[in-house]
Design a protein around this ligand. Structure first.
Ligand SMILES: NC(=O)c1ccc[n+]([C@@H]2O[C@H](COP(=O)([O-])OP(=O)(O)OC[C@H]3O[C@@H](n4cnc5c(N)ncnc54)[C@H](OP(=O)(O)O)[C@@H]3O)[C@@H](O)[C@H]2O)c1
Length: 324
């Protein structure tokens, strides 16, 4: 098969190459998937970059993707062959990421895809939507809750808006431009605030009398003042990203006084129950037609380095590598 590969970490153009590799064989409990679309997330370039030594001979990048099951290993029902699926965690502690013509994953990491959903949309589901689901439900049900989602035009932010609206929450989101506001509006946000405007805090307070119940946060240090200004007493902030500028200094006394709960989450370390709940929740919203793709930016497999660079540069929209 044709695959994108890196054999050492580093700058995208220096380390990513295209190679012919043997087609992978599904082992016990695994399925092989003919990949149609590979989604790129920040985690993919972060795993590839830096200078930490590799612990494997090579790595095929990209966690997310979508395609068709074409072979199954022992213990997997052969009726799955031919099934359209979306994939999660394909490259987590595994060499066979989705930037290749074939990948193999444990059977439960290949999730049935409704016929109405394109492979391109499906390749944008896993990391953003599973993360968003985990953040939203970390403190219990969200129906009727008021939730502030920072960065509503980002991949995780977009997913969080759609999942929260699907389950009946009030969604307030922040963006930094009119173009991003349009994306957040299309995702269904009730209130959209440009966080660069001087009265951003007042706009959020006016929309959530009594304060928001939860904040889903992408930039805790940059937004802690805003978050604490709009959070209700004993509310919670769920942070899913480390900031490139470094770790924030926290106003501990204020957090104590307001009885704020701070959570931090990493999708790779979700419990099996969190994963199962997220996959079921995302599948339900998908089947109901409640999830829409961000604008897609397409690259060929030969352009894998450019695809990684686009995400690394913070491009708005979903970067997809077309495989078949
Ligand atoms: N913990 C986990 O399991 C997990 C899972 C997925 C992603 N992540 C991490 O989460 C981050 C975002 O991922 P993504 O895929 O959603 O990236 P993305 O699509 O590039 O979105 C990032 C968003 O953050 C927004 N943003 C940046 N600074 C902000 C601020 N001060 N206030 C409000 N919004 C702000 C950006 O909007 P503006 O440019 O308009 O500010 C952008 O829309 C990455 O660092 C990624 O590695 C972590």
């Amino acid at each position: 098969m044709k695959a994108a590969v890196y054999r050492q970490r580093g700058v995208a153009h220096d380390v990513l190459t295209i190679e012919d590799l043997p087609d992978p064989t599904p082992g016990q409990g695994e399925v092989r998937v003919r990949v149609h679309a590979s989604g790129v997330n920040p985690t993919d370039w972060k795993s590839r970059s830096g200078d930490a030594p590799m612990t494997v001979e090579y790595q095929i990048p990209n966690q997310d993707g979508a395609g068709v099951i074409d072979a199954v290993g022992d213990g997997v029902d052969e009726s799955r062959i031919g099934e359209r699926v979306w994939l999660f965690h394909a490259a987590w502690n595994r060499v066979n990421g989705t930037a290749a013509e074939y990948t193999v994953v444990p059977s439960d990491q290949a999730v049935r895809l409704p016929d109405s959903i394109t492979f391109n949309q499906a390749a944008g589901l896993a990391i953003p939507y599973i993360t968003a689901y985990g953040c939203l439900y970390l403190d219990g049900p969200i129906a009727g809750k008021s939730i502030l989602i920072a960065g509503g035009a980002g991949a995780v932010g977009h997913a969080a808006i759609e999942l929260a609206k699907f389950d009946g929450a009030q969604v307030i989101t922040t963006v930094s431009s009119p173009e991003k506001a349009e994306l957040a509006r299309a995702a269904g946000a009730d209130v959209i605030v440009n966080y660069r405007e001087a009265d951003a805090i007042d706009q959020i307070k006016a929309a959530a009398l009594g304060g928001v119940d939860r904040v889903i946060e992408v930039a805790l240090g940059a937004n802690i003042e805003l978050d604490l200004s709009v959070l209700r007493p004993a509310g919670s902030i769920i942070t899913y990203a480390a900031e490139p500028t470094g770790d924030p200094q926290l106003p501990v006394r204020r957090l104590m006084t307001d009885n704020v709960t701070l959570h931090f989450i990493l999708v790779y370390n979700f419990t099996q129950t969190q994963i199962d709940d997220a996959v079921a929740g995302v599948s339900k919203a998908l089947a109901a037609g409640a999830l829409t793709p961000l604008p897609e930016i397409h690259f060929t497999l030969d352009q894998i380095a450019e695809a990684h660079e686009a995400v690394e540069a913070g491009i708005t929209g979903k970067v997809i590598v077309d495989i078949a």
